[in-house]
Design a protein around this ligand. Sequence first.
Ligand code: ZN
Length: 150
Amino acid sequence: MDDIRSLYQEVILDHSKNPRNFRKLEGKIQSAEGFNPLCGDQITIYLQLEEDRIKEITFQGSGCAISKASASLMTIQLEQKTRSEVESLFQKFHNMVTSPSGSNSDFQDLGKLAALSGVSEFPMRVKCATLAWHTLKAALQSKTETVSTE
Ligand code: ZN
């Protein structure tokens, strides 16, 4: 268990220091902003959908290591997923970070997001870990807009 723990910590540190997909999307996109006042985490999720499937997903923001790593890992895991697949992964992720360790059997679908399973021992951190997901849901429901940095 200790080996797994240090491996998980490495994944979280790596993704919080070098977040993947950390950029703005342009063109016809959907986006939403999220804020976790408990910790001060801020995030913006950018989405490009192709019919019902996520073609590209990126984010920007600032916050604690958990919120950044969670967003980074989420964008990797959700690329090319459909809305219903996103919904089911969110359920599994939410269960993982809110239920006491050992009661979850769905880790494999979550890929590297399993690195965040330790969050269930720190209830104050659950909102940090789920902020990206709640923001993603808002982005999925938002209207398509054309964003430009010009
Ligand atoms: Zn946080």
